[in-house]
Ligand binder design. Structure first.
Ligand code: ZN
Length: 323
């Protein structure tokens, strides 16, 4: 057996495995998603996302500080307004839930990078990500409202706006709107390769944004179509995106890998609510070890090519990897 390559030598002790480890997780890799809702006196636990809450904007600084203390560099804010309408008007209100949460976090934990989700689905009465006419989601009319929303989030102090709607031309329109409002320092993280996935189930319940008719397949990418994901990333970079994203992460690791090979931009991945819920539910039943499963999934997402990961496991994982 002298000529056999003995790969097991490299696995022989915990210290050696640590030395040769190719992929390392640290809190630097995580962004914590946060839900902020109007009309609450205190935080409200979320049944479908155990360990997460709907926060009143005035209290969200508490969890932001906790994230900062654990070494997590950023948070991503989703707002849920008291009143929804056809056009999602609360999305660009100066005193909307997202805008108030941005200001609160900037004052409580000024070192954090604040990403604001820029979409209309949490704000529209029909739950679609855009303006609807005759049962259709209109592209260009939606882009106008998204650009106004991005400007209002940037004015509130967001470091990055993060369009997640999947309309065509939104990144360019948002970039132009920010620049002409004198907000050229605000970045754009584009949800570029966003697929029409079953894995968003728990999120929709949390954000109260399940579409009241139809589905999102006319704007989100069909799961079999990986090349459309790459084309969408290329287009968003050409329109001025600073960071691009693949969402969901786990069933789309091939896309993360391909995007990492092809593009020289920071690449984010969204470890979505369904991926988190599956691990939590299995762990609750004693079918999986939660810590090992969550860290294996996050490691795989980073190994595939993500620079950082939006994950509901952020607080727990940051504590686990610091051990
Ligand atoms: Zn949306």
């Amino acid at each position: 057996m002298t000529e056999t390559r003995r790969l097991r030598r490299l696995r022989s002790s915990p210290a050696l495995r640590r030395l040769v480890s190719e992929t390392r997780l640290s809190p630097d890799r995580f962004v914590l998603p946060l839900f902020v809702a109007d009309g609450l006196a205190e935080e409200e636990p979320l049944a479908s996302l155990p360990g997460h809450y709907r926060w009143p904007a005035e209290r969200v600084g508490v969890v932001a500080k906790e994230a900062e203390a654990l070494g997590i560099p950023g948070v991503l804010i989703f707002g849920i307004p008291a009143v929804k309408d056809e056009r999602g008007s609360a999305a660009h209100a100066a005193d909307g839930p997202t805008q108030r949460a941005i200001r609160e976090i900037k004052s409580a934990a000024p070192g954090l990078v604040v990403f604001a989700d820029t979409c209309l689905c949490e704000y529209t009465s029909h739950g679609h990500c855009g303006i609807v006419e005759d049962g259709e989601v209109l592209n260009d009319a939606t882009v106008e409202v998204l650009a106004a929303t991005a400007v209002s989030q940037a004015e509130a102090g967001a470091d990055f706006v993060a369009p997640s709607d999947m309309m065509d031309g939104r990144v360019g329109a948002i970039r132009r709107a920010l620049d002409s409002a004198g907000l050229s320092g605000t970045g754009v993280m584009a949800y570029s390769a966003k697929f029409a996935s079953a894995m968003y189930g728990p999120f929709r319940e949390v954000a109260e944004c399940a579409p009241s008719f139809g589905d999102r397949r006319s704007y989100q990418i069909d799961p079999p179509d990986g090349r459309q994901g790459l084309a969408s990333i290329e287009r968003d970079l050409a329109e001025g995106a600073d960071i691009v994203m693949v969402k969901p992460a786990l069933a789309y690791l091939d896309l993360l890998h391909a995007a990492r090979q092809r593009f020289d931009a920071p690449l984010a991945a969204y470890n979505v609510s369904g991926e988190y819920a599956m691990v939590k539910a299995a762990a609750e039943r004693g079918w999986m070890d939660e810590q090992r499963a969550a860290l294996e999934i996050l490691t795989a997402i980073v190994r595939a090519g993500a620079d950082f990961v939006m994950t509901y496991h952020a607080l727990e994982a940051a504590a686990w990897v610091a051990l």
